[in-house]
Design a protein around this ligand. Structure first.
Ligand code: CMC
Length: 436
């Protein structure tokens, strides 16, 4: 009997099976050996929403949700937020190690020189309605990029993968900024190659008639920190979408558009937008207790609270709270901050939240910073997508070269009707149409 194994007795047959354990997991395919009889397909594991299923082996990001730990390639998020830049962190995520100074310069230079997009893409973006949601525009524009780079289909060619990776990291801020300019009816601003990653993004967002946009250094740094914090978060909804779509060997633009669409939802990257709408709806610190009661009654969710993995304070939320203070020193304090602080205070003491281990997540305070930077709430998920592009690509690159990965294709437990004969139209009983 191996030390690292599991013995299972199938009470249907009385047979015993030994299943190896590696890295704290059993292989679900081992269960297939467990059969009720010769014709049986074999046992499956049922895990809706992947609550306890590892879909890959990964070296990118480590999270210990119980202890509130997040590391990229082994480096604690706190150290990266304090000392790194977004481009350096993106390099780390994508290539596995921190760059030397020569490597960093070359990387920054490459990214800077891939920031422009084809003029036809600008025309495409201009054709959206004046009130189009920026995230809908962003998802579409990223997908459209695949049509400009048909060579991106060569996903098995490492050089090609690298080229598309650089293009994507470099171009998403341009597309993101243009969704904002579109919503405001402002002319699109081209990238400025003399500015850094965050500075150039702020220039494309806010530059008007001045020859060069000079962002406030404190705000530029705050944005870098937000970008670092959002760069990756292991197998979340959008990252697993990226891996799953990428497993079909489609080009990375199409896969990334799918990942961004997953991020758009209010339970994922759309939560920062939902938080601000919630704070505005609460409207006043005095209304907080009544709102908390509504949450506890199950009427509404406390947006920006709770996490599938963190059952402790999200380490990113802690850093963001400090970043918010630095931003408010420049921009002035948001009146919504007091509501947020009071919500957090009450929630952290309340039995409902304590027993469910619901703590503020990354999205609870990030929206307040974006608001202070002058961004409309609809831009918030787009702000999340810019840095997460590095994480999505790191996850995709790892999946593409993993010899164990095949096209993602979950099983199902079929619980629908058994075989039945087609009923002619005139013999069918009427029934009310309900979506199933
Ligand atoms: N407000 C009130 N109750 C909550 C909340 C919340 N925000 N989150 C979870 N709960 C309750 C939930 O109702 C359940 O209660 P009960 O046991 O009585 O049924 C319990 O806590 C466990 O929650 P769950 O729904 O099983 O947890 P999950 O892991 O499926 O969901 C989540 C995680 C993040 C989707 C969820 O906490 C949520 O909807 N939060 C609000 C949206 C949000 O802030 N999302 C951003 C996540 S962080 C950034 C990112 O991933 O993009």
């Amino acid at each position: 009997m191996a030390a690292d194994s599991l013995f299972v007795t199938d009470n249907r047959t009385g047979r015993m099976y030994e299943i190896p354990i590696a890295d704290g997991a059993i292989r679900a395919t081992e269960l297939r050996k467990i059969k009720a009889d010769e014709d049986d397909f074999g046992l499956m594991s049922y895990d809706p929403a992947f609550l306890n299923t590892a879909s890959c082996r990964s070296e990118v990001t480590f999270i210990d949700g119980d202890r509130g730990i997040l590391r990229y390639r082994g480096y604690p998020i706190e150290q990266l937020a304090e000392r790194s830049t977004y481009l350096e962190t993106a390099y780390l995520l994508l290539f596995g190690e921190l760059p030397t100074s020569t490597e960093l310069d070359a990387w920054a230079d490459e990214i800077t020189h891939h920031t422009f997009v084809h003029e036809n893409l600008k025309v495409l973006m201009e054709s959206f309605r004046y009130d189009a949601h920026p995230m809908g525009m962003f998802v579409s524009a990223v997908a459209a990029l695949s049509t400009f780079y048909p060579d991106a289909m060569q996903v098995d060619d490492p050089e090609n993968r690298l080229l598309q990776t650089k293009r994507l990291v470099a171009k998403v801020p341009t597309l993101a900024a243009w969704t904002y300019r579109h919503a405001r009816g402002l002319p699109y601003v081209y990238p400025d190659n003399d500015l850094g990653f965050a500075g150039n993004f702020l220039s494309m967002m806010f530059r008007m008639a001045e020859p060069r946009y000079a962002a406030d250094p404190a705000l530029e740094r705050a944005l870098e920190v937000l970008f670092i914090l959002h760069a990756d978060h292991e197998q979340n909804c959008s990252a697993s979408a990226m891996r799953s779509i990428g497993s079909s060997k489609v080009d990375p633009y199409s896969a990334l558009a799918g990942a961004a669409a997953a991020l758009y939802g209010p339970l994922h990257g759309g939560a920062n937008e939902a938080v601000l709408r919630m704070l505005a709806e609460i409207g006043d610190v005095r209304h907080v207790p009544a709102y908390v009661e509504r949450v506890k009654a199950g009427e509404v969710l406390l947006m920006g609270f709770g996490h599938r993995i963190y059952k402790n304070y999200d380490p990113r939320a802690r850093i963001i709270k400090e970043t918010a203070d630095a931003v408010f020193e420049v921009t002035g304090r948001s009146p919504l901050l007091d509501i947020a602080l009071e919500l957090e205070r009450i929630a952290l003491e309340d039995e409902y939240f304590v027993s469910r281990k619901l703590y503020p997540n990354v999205d609870f305070y990030s929206g307040l910073i974006y608001e202070a930077l002058g961004l409309p709430v609809a831009m918030f998920p787009v702000m999340f997508a810019i840095p997460r592009t590095a994480g999505w690509l790191a996850q995709w690159l790892e999946g593409i070269v993993d010899p164990e990965q095949k096209i993602a294709r979950p099983r199902q437990l079929y619980v629908g009707a058994g075989e039945r004969d087609y009923v002619p139209l005139e013999h069918r009983a009427g029934r009310e149409l309900v979506a199933v």
